[in-house]
Design a protein around this ligand. Sequence first.
Ligand code: SAM
Length: 144
Amino acid sequence: MTSQESDADGYGALRNSLVGDLTGDILEIGAGIGPTFSYYGTEASVTAIEPNEELRNAAEETAAAARIHVLPGEGEALPFEDASFDAVSASLVLCSVTSQAETLAEFKRVLRPGGSTCLLPAWPSSETSAHLYTFNDFIQKQRT
Ligand SMILES: C[S@@+](CC[C@H](N)C(=O)[O-])C[C@H]1O[C@@H](n2cnc3c(N)ncnc32)[C@H](O)[C@@H]1O
């Protein structure tokens, strides 16, 4: 069963909106166990990084099925050359990194001119703030 079929956390539609239309060379950071992998289209060539070895190992089966390479790495120091990717995606990750500013600066460095940053931020923690948004308001896509 693919992660798209199982949609274990119920965020499948959001993940599809985030990455389903991406094409070219894509970098996903903080991939976890790979719940987003099956939502990339066939025109996307995806490289993923995940700093946690246990999660990275758990992602391997899903990654292999989706022809995705998963490497160790952190958002603040991406192990890639400048202008290497057409898009960078991060779902539920920017709340986890040590430095959001350094991570976003790294996104800009590794993106090609006109490349896209695709973010699915973590959910608001209280019902008070959650009801101010619809789910799709959370997804942010921006071209450099
Ligand atoms: C809440 S999980 C999200 C996992 C997955 N992206 C998803 O959509 O379910 C946060 C992930 O960020 C990773 N992470 C933590 N610090 C990081 C960093 N500095 N750079 C990149 N990823 C990081 C964690 O190991 C974890 O896999």
